[in-house]
Design a binder for this molecule. Structure first.
Ligand code: ASP
Length: 439
């Protein structure tokens, strides 16, 4: 990753022909960027390829292997409670930081340089937002729509696309629970088949992770080479406010939850989850990271299959602390830049909408953009399209950071739930040492 940042920055500095507002590269720059993109895309596709069989077989084996249905409501209640609580805390962290540092204002007034940049390029930025929004088909679901979408028209639909995660979870839960109730003759071969398939998908995930250093290099080098520095300078305060709020949540709030609620060592957990955090950061997609998160939690942190398969697929879809925090800060920033007064009541609405919409945001790059646009419309901030279009210029690095926060929060949720279910996680934990019974 460090090498990628250096190489990407070097390409950006040497290959940019004209910088504002559209970054253009010379032929060498384009060639390098397309090579990085090619490598990164291969890695992302490999990860995405394995999501459906991994989630399906993990849930089925995790549930049917237990042989009883009791405890699911309890597990579900704890999981949802954790998601709602941590997302709310994340939003409040964001709200506090954005109100203290006010990145859209200078001396109490809307920042002139940002306003000028927007006025000069209004159509361009609004156009960029429109293009991004049309490209985000399937990136967002209203909360009520989630339940309807959860049930597929046809059972095989749930397996057909990565954005059908809730349908997949629903079908997997039905299959896992159903297997418990059918005859032993019927259950044994089906269960054995899914168990074998589950081991196989985990093994393939390991193979894909051998490519992680190269894949991560491609993704990060491309992002660094693409990000325009002048825009970064103009939006530096906004960038720093979002990044620090996300880092506070990642390095202060989450460790406190691990230490005092789950009573485990945060350092050990960070170490156990390092591959998942890095993958989330470089792919900017919680869904693509799911296979890595699942295997890191099981193998490095020692969380049971039952908890991992229940908490993580759901978390990758509905629990997005970083995204919820980001939505709140972005909406407040848009209001500040446009001089729109945000009363206490309006800020409360933003908090609630951020909480609800973060549930519907899909775990794919830039998905929160749709949610931000929805909140901005709902609180009635006029002419906001160009400002949202402007912040798109620095969206990728922030997306990478908030995705790492999203994934880490999911993994902490699994630890909290596992501990509350009496599991021994992260305790006698030794990396890569297979457990031998009786030792
Ligand atoms: N990229 C984020 C994720 O996958 C979603 C977002 O905030 O845009 O978790």
């Amino acid at each position: 990753m460090v090498l990628a940042i250096f190489v990407g920055a070097f390409i950006h500095m040497t290959c940019v022909v004209s910088v504002e507002p559209n970054v253009e590269f010379n032929a060498v720059g384009h060639t390098f960027i397309s090579i990085f993109d090619y490598i990164g895309t291969i890695f992302m596709k490999l990860l995405k390829m394995i999501i459906v069989p991994l989630v399906f077989t993990s849930i089925v084996v995790g549930i049917a292997g237990l042989g009883k249905t009791s405890g699911f409501a309890r597990l579900g209640g704890k999981t949802i409670g954790y998601y709602a609580f941590t997302s709310l805390i994340a939003i409040l962290v964001g709200l506090t930081v954005v109100n203290v540092f006010k990145p859209g204002l200078t001396d109490g007034k809307p920042n002139e340089a940002i306003l000028k940049q927007i006025e000069d390029n209004e159509e361009d930025y609004a156009g960029k937002l429109a293009t991004k929004l049309t490209g985000q088909d399937g990136g967002f679901d209203a909360v009520t729509g989630l339940f309807l979408r959860m049930i597929p028209e046809n059972i095989f639909e749930a397996f057909g696309a990565n954005n059908k995660m809730l349908s997949l979870i629903f079908v997997s839960l039905l299959t896992g629970i159903g297997l418990i109730f059918i005859s032993k003759d019927g259950r044994s071969p089906v269960f054995g088949f899914f168990k074998g398939l589950n081991e196989l998908t985990l093994l393939i995930t390991h193979w894909i992770m051998w490519l992680a250093p190269i894949g991560v290099f491609g993704l990060v080098a491309e992002t660094t080479a693409q990000t325009g520095l002048p825009i970064l300078a103009l939006l530096a305060k906004y960038f720093l406010v979002v990044a620090s709020a996300l880092l506070i949540h990642l390095f202060v709030v989450m460790p406190l939850i691990l230490k005092f609620v789950a009573k485990v060592s945060p350092v050990k957990h960070f170490y156990a989850m390092r591959s998942a955090i890095l993958t989330a950061f470089s792919t900017a997609s919680s869904s693509a990271t799911l296979p890595v998160t699942m295997s890191a939690l099981r193998e490095n942190a020692g969380v049971s299959e039952r908890v991992t398969s229940f908490v993580l697929p759901l978390g990758a879809t509905v629990n997005m602390d970083g995204t919820a925090l980001y939505e709140c800060v972005a909406v407040m920033f848009v209001a500040q830049v446009l001089g729109f007064e945000m009363s206490f009541g309006t800020q409360f609405t933003v908090v609630m909408l951020a909480l609800l919409t973060s549930v519907g945001v899909a775990g794919v790059p830039s998905a929160s953009l749709v949610a931000i646009t929805i909140i901005v419309y709902n609180v009635g901030i006029p002419n906001a399209e160009a400002v949202i279009g402007l912040i798109l210029a620095v969206d990728r690095p922030l997306d990478m950071t908030r995705t790492a926060v999203n994934v880490f929060s999911d993994s902490c949720g699994a630890i909290v739930v596992a501990k509350s279910e009496g599991e021994n996680v992260l305790e006698d934990w030794k990396e890569d040492v297979p457990e031998v019974s009786g030792t």
